[in-house]
Design a protein around this ligand. Structure first.
Ligand code: HEC
Ligand code: HEC
Ligand code: HEC
Ligand code: HEC
Ligand code: HEC
Length: 275
């Protein structure tokens, strides 16, 4: 091996652990506060399990921790300080408080929810955590959330099937287009304008439909979204065609170059020897 190779190997040996350590510290920053340290060690299961369930949530990786929902002081190991109402400690959140607390960060969802049949039914039932869980909150999948035991106390199966069908009709084109953009990106053709259109269509749809839970509102919006995606998919096809043309063109050039190299080689061979 040359000296350059030794240097590269040595550098990567040093760089790997440094990377691992820096990743470790980013996750432990949200992972370690007094709420977590103390609750994790409590014998009472109900008081300890929120820590392990929260660890499996999207909130943990986004740095949303205990005090963001419950209030209180996350840097004191004295329970009375950590739980001090003057520090905003709210205790267990009841169903009227939940939409307010979640809504501090998820404003649009809260707005649509409070005027939906579920919000104005009076008792906020079902509320955010009935559908999404309290600690183990994950990326929502409509089929998982609308599982019958969460909804069929109040609804016929046919209502739920219709709901799942409608929302799926909207979510599938969104995720398909996002995937398509990611497959096309490495080819070097610009896909940013498509991505922007996808996100705009998605946000418009969400602001009108997410959590309104009223068929007469959802149906026309799903139609609009599908019309948007008819246009977006035309753009995607155009980009895909461009990629294919570039690829073919690339091959033609390679073949031409090889051909020319052959000609030059043959030409040089045909020259009389200089000696
Ligand atoms: C030194 C230990 C300790 C710390 C620190 C601590 N807790 Fe607690 N927490 C407890 C205990 C013990 C209980 C069980 C009820 C009790 O004894 O008050 C509890 C109960 C709770 C409850 C249930 C409702 C209630 O008040 O009983 C919530 C919610 C809660 N803690 C959230 C938090 C949050 C959020 C933090 C950080 C800001 C935190 N805790 C910090 C020990 C602690
Ligand atoms: C996204 C908001 C959110 C976060 C983050 C969160 N909680 Fe909670 N927690 C809730 C809600 C809402 C409830 C009320 C229970 C319900 O309605 O299901 C609750 C209930 C609790 C309870 C009472 C459980 C019971 O069975 O009585 C404890 C203890 C608790 N949380 C501790 C914690 C600790 C410790 C953390 C950090 C690891 C944490 N929570 C993070 C929203 C949150
Ligand atoms: C009746 C069940 C239900 C209730 C109640 C509910 N959600 Fe949802 N939530 C869903 C479903 C289903 C989805 C997935 C796709 C969709 O329909 O928008 C979702 C999606 C989400 C998303 C992902 C982004 C989006 O809008 O699609 C967030 C964030 C969210 N909910 C937060 C909340 C908050 C905050 C509350 C309370 C104010 C709440 N949810 C109440 C069922 C519910
Ligand atoms: C301190 C701010 C904050 C609070 C409070 C909060 N969240 Fe979140 N939540 C976030 C962030 C940040 C994300 C990740 C980015 C995103 O997807 O919006 C997230 C993600 C989510 C997601 C997944 C969204 C997706 O598209 O995958 C759901 C569902 C959700 N939160 C529901 C809730 C519920 C229910 C509550 C109340 C119990 C709550 N959140 C309280 C900040 C918060
Ligand atoms: C505590 C009772 C309750 C629960 C649980 C509940 N809902 Fe509802 N929901 C209602 C009420 C009340 C209405 C308004 C009257 C109606 O249309 O049935 C409604 C309306 C709806 C509508 C609109 C129906 C229409 O004709 O426009 C949909 C869709 C819906 N709910 C879906 C769900 C889903 C999905 C779940 C589970 C994630 C759920 N609901 C859980 C009480 C509930």
């Amino acid at each position: 091996m040359t000296r350059r190779w030794y240097l590269i190997c040595l550098l990567s040996l040093v760089a790997l652990p440094i990377r691992a350590i820096s990743q470790e510290t980013t996750s432990s920053r949200t992972d370690m506060n007094a709420c977590i340290l103390c609750h994790n060690s409590l014998d009472d299961d109900e008081m300890a399990t929120p820590v392990s369930t929260w660890r499996r949530s999207v909130h943990r990786s986004e740095g949303v921790s205990c005090q963001d929902c419950h209030g209180g002081l996350p840097n004191s190991m004295v329970k009375e300080n950590a739980h001090n109402p003057d520090a905003g400690y709210l205790g267990v959140l009841d169903s009227t408080v939940v939409p307010e607390v979640c809504g501090t960060c998820h404003q649009q969802q809260r707005e649509n929810y409070v005027s939906s049949p579920h919000g104005i039914a009076g008792s906020f039932s079902p509320n955010c955590v009935d559908c999404h869980n309290d600690h183990e909150i994950v990326h929502p999948q409509v089929t998982r959330i609308a599982i019958p035991d969460k909804c069929n106390n109040c609804h016929e199966d046919s209502t739920l099937e219709e709901f799942i069908g409608l929302v799926t009709q909207a979510l599938v084109p969104i995720s398909d287009a996002r995937q398509e953009v990611e497959t096309l990106r490495p080819t070097g053709v610009s896909v940013d304008f498509i991505q922007a259109q996808v996100e705009l269509a998605k946000n418009t749809y969400s602001s009108q439909v997410s959590h309104v839970f009223t068929f007469s509102t959802i149906k026309p919006q799903v139609k609009f979204l599908q019309m948007d995606f008819d246009e977006i998919n035309k753009d995607i096809t155009a980009v895909r065609d461009e990629v294919n043309t570039r690829r073919k063109f690339g091959w033609v050039i390679i073949v031409l170059l090889v051909f020319m190299a052959g000609i030059i080689w043959m030409y040089r061979k045909s020259l009389p020897d200089e000696e």
